[in-house]
Write a protein of this length. Structure first.
Length: 507
């Protein structure tokens, strides 16, 4: 029998058992020895609960080092880790437990009573608890287990995790990620971003999402680096930790907030070698401001639940604002005409499709949906974009966000980047809403920066010189702030719903 593909890589990357894996708030530190030791004990509990290779372990708990150990335990015991957003309600959890049929559900003790009922309804045999400090029934049981647990044999193709997509259209789908998917992507990123055991990663992302768990977590573990493991993004806290870190990974919201601080200086970032951004578009303005303030060009990269990271701006060489860089080693990317799949030449906008060892094998229990999202071995991402002559990829938005007005295509990202340049604009979103005459009408929803006020004309006037008439918003709505999800993505569906009737009665 072979080893355990991903877990063995992590174990082999540990520089020394007493090396710090995680620095915690309050000055505590967790060594690699302690992290792997707890993962062995937790794996013992999972095995005692009858976990068989491939069984799902659904986990909805606050971020803690013990939750990270649980992820490692699950790999080690041969299970498939299934993290759930802590914001999900009982109704949502009901769906996930029914769909994924996990062997175990681990939740916060405050949810235990209702979770037990939900679990029973779906035949989930065990409900265990873990609170924000790692305490609960799982920790109690782990204490009685040995600090050794032979990793269960798992190959590259075996299931390591199921991550449900955020489900902005239709119902959430479970992306099945194999040991090989996760290992190959983490390896490519360690190489692309030059991670070493000397790195200290500032980790303020949630760990129920691919970004915090696999991009940040796996890369740090695979390089034997240390993480400053913060429960969430708190601006004061992050600013205070920057001087101790060498790398930071964040969503654009982190960087948008950091540039509001007067103490963001080259001096503060002296020990930093890399700032990385992803999960949502980083505005070129913020990229520029951040560079002016710190001397660091933020490295923007592009990925998704189904694929991990596909492209990144280079470590050495130009990091081009407004682009997501070049395909990672092993990843092939093409741009196609969405309907036919015909490959398009450089600079043409089309569907981004990707192929590589990072790409998932399919959606859990949805073979037809899976088949429909692949062609010629490429995964159809649903993102529209283009590749320039130097191979840099730009994203112009999700296919479903594309606006068709009077038969003409308007890519929201283009209009948004023009609006971002207007003085006084902090953030904006461009959407299409039903229009009786045009099919869809372009609408810009704009939030002014602190202490500024804006009116419709302030936004409309400067766009007249830079955008073709059909791309100019027919209406500009000024709001205090845009709705965003926990990963910093603007919730365009909410905006489209809110302004659905804006053009009613016109024509
Ligand atoms: P998720 O599966 O939640 O990680 O969402 C993936 C989606 O986020 C992608 O399909 C893109 O639409 C978007 N995304 C991720 N990174 C970027 C980026 N750097 N720029 C623009 N959009 C991004």
């Amino acid at each position: 029998m072979g080893g355990n593909h991903l877990f063995d890589l992590f174990a082999a990357a540990v520089p020394r058992p007493d090396k710090v894996a995680l620095d915690l708030p309050g000055g505590d530190a967790v060594s690699y020895g302690a992290l792997l030791g707890l993962s062995a004990r937790l794996a013992g509990v999972l095995a005692a609960r009858g976990l068989e290779p491939g069984d799902r372990v659904a986990v909805q708990v606050e971020k803690s080092w013990q939750a990270l150990a649980l992820y490692l335990a699950c790999l080690r015991a041969g299970g498939a880790f299934l993290p759930l957003n802590t914001a999900y309600t009982g109704t949502e959890v009901d769906f996930f437990l029914g769909d994924a049929a996990p062997r175990l559900f681990v939740c916060d003790p405050v949810r235990a009573a209702s979770a037990t009922k939900t679990a029973a309804r779906h035949g989930v045999l065990h409900v265990e608890t873990m609170d924000a400090a790692g305490a609960g029934s799982l920790a109690d049981a782990a204490r009685r287990m040995p600090a050794r647990h032979d990793p269960v044999a798992r190959g590259e193709k075996d299931l390591a995790a199921i991550l449900y997509t955020s489900g902005t259209t239709g119902r959430s789908k479970g992306a099945m990620l194999s040991h090989g998917n996760l290992a190959s992507n983490a390896r490519a990123l360690v190489e692309a971003w030059r991670f070493t055991p000397d790195d200290v990663l500032l980790h303020a992302l949630p760990i129920f999402h691919i970004h915090g768990l696999f991009v940040a977590g796996n890369v740090a573990l695979l390089s034997g680096a240390s993480m400053i493991f913060l429960p969430k993004f708190d601006l004061d806290r992050v600013m205070a930790e920057v001087p101790r870190a060498t790398v930071m990974m964040g969503v654009p919201t982190f960087y948008n907030r950091m540039i509001t601080r007067g103490d963001l200086t080259p001096e503060l970032c002296k020990g930093m070698r890399l700032f990385i951004s992803g999960s949502a578009p980083l505005s070129a303005e913020v990229h520029k401001d951040f560079a002016a303030r710190t001397g660091h060009a933020i490295c923007e990269r592009y990925g998704m639940t189904e694929t991990g990271i596909n492209t990144s701006n280079p470590y050495e060489g130009e990091r081009r604002a407004g682009t997501v860089g070049l395909p990672l080693s092993g990843v092939t990317l093409r741009i196609t005409e969405p309907a036919s799949g015909r490959p398009l030449p450089d600079r043409d906008i089309g569907m981004i499709e990707v192929k590589g060892p990072n790409v998932f094998s399919g959606y859990w229990r949805m073979p037809e949906k899976t088949a429909a999202e692949f062609r010629d071995g490429y995964f159809i991402t649903g993102d529209m974009g283009m590749v320039d002559a130097r191979g840099y990829v730009s994203i112009v938005g999700r296919e479903k966000d594309l606006i068709i007005t009077g038969g003409l295509n308007v890519y929201p990202a283009e209009v948004e980047s023009r609006i971002d340049e207007i003085p006084g604009v902090a953030e904006c979103a461009v959407i299409g809403v039903p229009h009786p005459d045009m099919g869809e009408g372009v609408v810009a929803v704009v939030a002014p920066g602190n202490g500024t006020s804006l009116c419709e004309a302030d936004v409309v006037a400067p766009l007249e010189a830079v955008l073709a008439r059909f791309k100019q918003p027919k209406r500009v709505i000024v709001v205090d702030a845009l709705p965003r999800n926990t990963m910093g993505k603007i919730e365009k569906t909410k905006l489209r719903d809110a302004y659905r009737d804006l053009f009613q009665g016109q024509g």
